[in-house]
Write a protein that binds this ligand. Structure first.
Ligand code: ATP
Length: 287
């Protein structure tokens, strides 16, 4: 899909994601392949409890990816744990799988929550992860986790996940404003499910099928336009020159064009926006 660039100069698009893309690719590879590490070292673990996926990323002490496991799960809604037992079971299972692959016990983890999560709900996230025997060393917010990978000084990080779209305005490397609104990939799947008269699970599969994404894109375009309007409305009082997309829904090819058209702001995304936040969470684990 061609970018619709008419209102920008070429240099507005310059954003070097090479390092980020290489790092994310390394994490992707560790879904299948376990990397070598020194068993004497403490490993860093990040647990991302999402509305659509639970992801565990393991890094070595130098923050190099070692192993990663994930599972589709519907145990959270809008960032809140709605099926506590189910969430604990999945985290336990993923941790067990990692420990078998690594042949070592994992002890510590960092977790992240959507911006503005109440203290009680943060505690629930923590209890879920602690139920697996991991000590939670750090609780951070999701945009801060994403920016540990992207290293943006100024702009807005837009995290389009399963249940929500989160915006974090970054100035001089610090998050100065955050918003989370309830539209995300789940809504895209609901529209696909209605259009094709298939179950939600089948719609999820269709949405991720690269061969079908061209045809599906037109069906979900209005939802993406709505997400674009959410971004435009929430940044209107800030001087934002660049938009950076993360979150699983941003894997859709061409989503950046629609967001850019709605906001009229140069919009960038790394090759795999899905793993940015889980990696950033692990990078914040204290050994
Ligand atoms: P939230 O941030 O709302 O709590 P989450 O953390 O589970 O949810 P992510 O894991 O970032 O969110 O993204 C999950 C969403 O991304 C789901 O709706 C999923 O269907 C969608 N998704 C994942 N991979 C793809 C893909 N290749 N193409 C399109 N959508 C995808």
């Amino acid at each position: 899909m061609q970018r619709e660039k008419s209102f920008f100069r070429e240099e507005d698009y310059y954003m070097d994601f090479t390092e980020v893309n290489n790092l994310i690719e390394e994490v992707e590879n560790t879904l299948e392949e376990t990397k070598k590490f020194d068993k004497e070292d403490d490993l860093l673990v990040g647990v991302d409890l999402g509305t659509a996926y639970i992801v565990l990323v393991v890094l070595d002490k130098d923050k190099k990816p070692i192993a990663c496991e994930m599972e589709f799960a519907q145990v959270l809604k809008d960032g809140l744990v709605v099926d506590y037992i189910g969430a604990c079971e999945i985290v336990n299972k993923l941790k067990d799988k990692l420990e078998k692959r690594l042949n070592i016990e994992l002890n510590k983890a960092a977790i992240a929550v959507p911006p503005g999560t109440e203290e009680g709900d943060c505690e629930t996230h923590k209890y879920v992860v602690e139920s697996s025997g991991l000590e939670v060393t750090t609780i951070l917010d999701e945009p801060t986790a994403a920016n540990a990978v992207l290293n943006i000084d100024n702009g807005v990080i837009v995290d389009i996940g399963g249940g929500t779209t989160g915006l974090s305005i970054i100035r001089d490397g610090k998050v100065i404003h955050t918003v989370d609104e309830a539209t995300g990939g789940t809504h895209l799947s609901l529209v696909i499910s209605g259009s094709y008269k298939v179950t939600f699970e089948e719609a999820e599969k269709l949405k991720k099928d690269k061969k079908r994404q061209g045809e599906i894109f037109n069906i979900v375009r209005p939802v993406i336009e709505k997400i674009g309007s959410i971004v435009r409305r929430n940044i209107s009082n800030y001087d934002v020159e660049n938009i950076y997309l993360v979150g699983g829904t941003c894997c859709l090819e061409g989503i950046e064009n629609v967001i850019e058209k709605e906001t009229k702001i140069p919009t960038h995304k790394p090759l795999n926006p899905f793993l940015v936040t889980p990696l950033g969470i692990a990078m914040n684990c204290e050994a």
